[in-house]
Design a protein around this ligand. Sequence first.
Ligand code: ATP
Length: 660
Amino acid sequence: MAFLELHDIHKSYFLGKEEFPVLNGIDLDFELGEFVSILGESGGGKSTLMNIIGGLDRNFDGEVDVNGQPLDHKKEKQLDDYRRGTIGYIYQSYNLITHLNIVDNVLVSLNMTDLSKSARKQRAIELLQKVGLGDQLKKHPNQLSGGQKQRVAIARALASDPEIVIADEPTGALDSKNTAEVLELLEGIAADGKLVITVTHSQNVANHGTRIVQLTDGKIGEDTRLKEAYPTNDHQPEFKPKILSAGASYRNAFQHLSYNFWRNSLIMLGTAIGLFAVLLFSGVGNGVNAFIQDQINSMINPNSITVLKNPTGKNLSTTELQQSLSQYSSNPSKLLLSDHQINTLKKVKNVDKVEAGYQFSAFTVSYNGKNNSGQSLQTWTKAYASDTIKTGHAPKNNEIVIDKSQAIALSSQKKYKSLLGKTVKLSFAWVDKNNNPVQVTGNLKIVGFANGGQAGAITATNYSTMRNLLNNANGATQANFASVNVKNADKVKSVSKDIRNTKENNKYVFGAITVGDILDTVNQYVSIASIVLASIAGISLIVSALMIIVSMYMSVSERTKEIGILRALGERKKDIRRLFTAESILIGLFSAVLALVLAYAGSLALNHVLYGIVKFNMVQITWGNVVFTFVMAIVISFLAALLPARRASRLNPIDALSAD
Ligand SMILES: Nc1ncnc2c1ncn2[C@@H]1O[C@H](COP(=O)(O)OP(=O)(O)OP(=O)(O)O)[C@@H](O)[C@H]1O
């Protein structure tokens, strides 16, 4: 029983339905220690035979036995294992991986062994020293001569300590000096007790071997033994082959990414822009929400509920209430609350205090010949947060607090504080008991300035002052809102519900607005804006994904030959798929890091500019946003790699190897 036996090998190629037979029944035996040269005319099927022996071709008839065991060429896994552990390949065109240095080229094969990382590296260096390249370790293949490249290929073929080394015209592209050196190395391999099978056109090369086999018309012709096979030794392998680890795939992907640094940087920048948009828009969304909450909470006491008359008698939501109020704005007498109704409010469970109040939507303040109109005149209640007044104090009898912007309009930016203690004339239109218009006026002392800021200017007197002014003008004096203070913040919702559900003569009488309701309404607008921003970010993410898909397809077509080499060295389809998903995921991750840096810088810049205007950090990127962006980047890059990686893994290794 020989070490390698070929039995009745038949192989045809098909062009359409037409059959082109190449091998017509090959029977051959090979022993370890032999250096066999296969000679034959061009196109005679030598490479085809080598691909069958090397476990790259699965489409043939016949049987290959290795070490007494049949090789089941229909089973891909068995062939992968066979190529990884038993075969070393040397090609005429070297087939080195251009983006790896020569040590890494040898390591591609060694990475599929159970040696430790340092032992793998040490072996790679030893092998390169053995083929005379110890002083060239840092070079890439394109920095070597043809003879040197072929020696790297020999070192790589020996890396996994295979029993069979196949060399397909190994000296075809070399001059006589390099040919002699390569032949010496091959002889040395056979002398080490391995089986060397080489394809050649050169009689000189063939004469170096121990045996010459002629291939004629797809059959074995002459089979000449030149000398005895080299003696085999009882050499026990120091390590075993194993499948490629995920880490090795990621390292290879990283090496390829860094080799094409500039091109990949541009792709990452393109991808990062989409992720940056997601991060920044999320940050702006958070900032705007926090800003609104801060503004409302700083002006309105969250424990208070504003109660208004429900003019429709129907059960209304906050939005419906606000709509109906605006319909009744020309008929304010319909919105007055009776003293009895104010008392009803006091009896609602968990209510701490009820303050009747007035609010008017248009008024004028005059000082020293200057007039200023405002939109919201109210009576001071607990509904205002304590820090609403920035200068001065809450209004008492015959006093008024005006908005800072108003004070500036009536004086100047610098001098507005001098208005403190001065008397202004307040005037506004109201109605009497019969709904006839009356003009209300009064002279009041300024005791404070409110800073309504973005959420609206505030002008306020106290309740009795306002009631007196209305009385003096013969206006209706019933309150048109009430501020209900609730004992606990967590009861605000239930109290507001009870108030809304209160009935008089079978009609709902009150509408109630809480800070939460106001926030809900505002948040509705914010969510619409967020959806618009998210759609823009979504579109940029789709563009990012397309960029990755295109770059991965480019990468696959550029690396077709490499895919063939990796398959020939024993990588599985799965390893090839993982190589490309790894590359894509790395692009996604680096893009996410870049996006994070850009978004962080962008948020610093935006916050710097906006803080000067609104005194608030308007961009607030949270850890949640960052995690979401990274997960998104990984998911998108993984999905984008699926099709290109699948295509790469399905390439036929023989076709891939013959790619230009
Ligand atoms: N993928 C293929 N599809 C169709 N025909 C093929 C294919 N590969 C090889 N052939 C044909 O099979 C025959 C044998 O090719 P092969 O490469 O094995 O010959 P060879 O003896 O190695 O030739 P050379 O010495 O010129 O390299 C040739 O006629 C070739 O045209």
